[in-house]
Design a binder for this molecule. Structure first.
Ligand code: ADP
Length: 321
C-alpha cells in the first residue's frame, strides 16, 4: 500500500494527537505517503484531505484534543454520501485509512470498506472506555486523572462544609469512569448504569458514615444512570447532610494526555500502519492483557465486553463503606 489517510471522528479524547503522530511518522518511515482528513467524515465528504509531512505532527504528542479536528457527520449514514467521500480518497490513490474514534466511527469505516473496498483500521479513541475488544481506550486514563484532580478539590470544600457532593462524570452508557474514579479517589459511593445502584443503600451508608464521624461524602454518578439532579432530589429528603451536585462536564475531555495514553496511542498508531502495509483491513486494534490485539471491526458492536465491571463495582461499594 502506497498511500494511506488518517482521521479523528466522534468525541475528542486526549491522546488522539499522539495516535495521529504515530501513524504519520511510522508511515513516513516505511515510505508510505500519508494524508490527513480534517473533521472526520465531514472532511472526507467535503474533500478536506491534505498531504501530511513531518512538521504537521511535530510538537503535538502532548497536546489534548485533535489537530485534525473532529465533527459529527450525519450524511455519512447515507450510502450516496459515502460514495462521494470514497471517491475523494480514490482520486488521490488512497487505499487505506486509520479511523480514530468510537464505535459510531467504526460503523462508518466498516461501511466504507464493504461498499468501496477501502481498507480500514479502527483505533479506540474515546474517554468513555466503552469499546468492546479493548481493555482501555485512548483518552480514558487522562480523563480519569482529570476526574481525580477535581475530586480532591471537591473533597476540600465538602469537608469544610460537611457536605455530601454528588459528582456526575462522563462515560455515555458505560460506568468505567465513575467506577475507576471511585476506586482510585476513595469515593464514598458510586452509581453506574451496569448495576442496580440501590439508593436506599447509599443513604444508609451515608448516615452510618456520618455517625462514625466522617465529615464529607463524594459520590460518583455516571452520566448513564440519568440526571444527577434527580439523585440529589431523592437524597435531599433522606439524609440530614447538605447535598450538592456537580456536573464536571467538558473539562473531562481536555488536557495534556497522560503517559499511559500517549504510549497506548503510539503503539496502536504504529500497529495500524503495519496492518495496512500488510494489506489487512476491516479490523480494530485493541489492548488486552497488556498485548496489542486485532478484532474484526464489527466486534465493537457484535462482541461482548470481557471486563467484569460488576466485580469491581462490588469492591468499590465495599471500600466506600
Ligand atoms: P463515536 O465514534 O465517538 O461513537 P458517533 O457515534 O457520533 O461517535 O459517530 C461519529 C461519526 O461516525 C458520525 O458523525 C457519522 O459520521 C459516523 N457514523 C456513526 N454511526 C454510523 C453509521 N451507523 N453508519 C455510517 N456512519 C456512521
Amino acid at each position: 500500500m502506497k498511500r494511506i489517510a488518517v482521521l479523528t471522528s466522534g468525541g475528542d479524547a486526549p491522546g488522539m494527537n499522539a495516535a495521529v503522530r504515530a501513524v504519520a511518522k511510522v508511515a513516513m518511515a516505511k515510505g508510505i505517503e500519508v494524508f490527513g482528513v480534517k473533521r472526520g467524515y465531514l472532511g472526507m465528504l467535503h474533500d478536506e484531505i491534505f498531504r501530511m509531512d513531518g512538521s504537521y505532527v511535530s510538537g503535538i504528542i502532548d497536546r489534548g484534543g485533535t489537530v485534525l479536528l473532529t465533527a459529527r457527520c450525519l450524511e455519512f449514514k447515507d450510502p450516496k454520501f459515502r460514495a462521494i467521500a470514497a471517491e475523494n480518497l480514490k482520486k488521490r490513490g488512497i487505499e487505506g485509512i486509520v479511523v480514530i474514534g468510537g464505535d459510531g466511527s467504526y460503523r462508518g469505516a466498516d461501511l466504507l470498506s464493504k461498499e468501496h473496498g477501502i481498507k480500514v483500521v479502527g483505533l479506540p479513541g474515546t474517554i468513555d472506555n466503552d469499546i468492546v475488544g479493548t481493555d482501555y481506550t485512548i483518552g480514558f486514563d487522562t480523563c480519569l486523572n482529570t476526574i481525580l484532580d477535581a475530586m480532591s478539590k471537591l473533597r476540600d470544600t465538602a469537608t469544610s462544609h460537611e457536605r455530601t457532593i454528588l459528582m456526575e462524570v462522563m462515560g455515555r452508557h458505560a460506568g468505567d469512569l465513575a467506577l475507576h474514579a471511585c476506586l482510585a479517589g476513595g469515593g464514598d459511593g458510586v452509581l453506574i448504569p451496569e448495576a442496580e445502584n440501590p439508593l436506599e443503600m447509599l443513604v444508609y451508608q451515608i448516615k452510618e458514615r456520618r455517625r462514625q464521624g466522617k465529615l464529607h461524602d463524594i459520590v460518583l454518578v455516571a452520566e448513564g444512570v440519568g440526571k444527577v439532579q434527580d439523585v440529589e432530589d431523592y437524597m435531599r429528603e433522606k439524609v440530614s447532610t447538605e447535598v450538592r451536585s456537580v456536573v464536571l462536564g467538558h473539562v473531562q475531555r481536555g488536557g495534556t494526555p497522560s503517559g499511559f495514553d500517549r504510549v497506548l496511542a503510539t503503539k496502536m498508531g504504529a500497529r495500524a500502519v503495519e496492518l495496512l502495509e500488510q494489506g489487512e483491513g476491516g479490523v480494530m486494534v485493541g489492548i488486552e492483557n497488556n498485548q496489542l490485539v486485532t478484532h474484526p471491526i464489527s466486534f465493537a458492536w457484535e462482541g461482548t465486553r470481557k471486563y467484569d465491571i460488576k466485580k469491581d463495582y462490588e469492591l468499590a461499594v465495599m471500600l466506600s463503606k
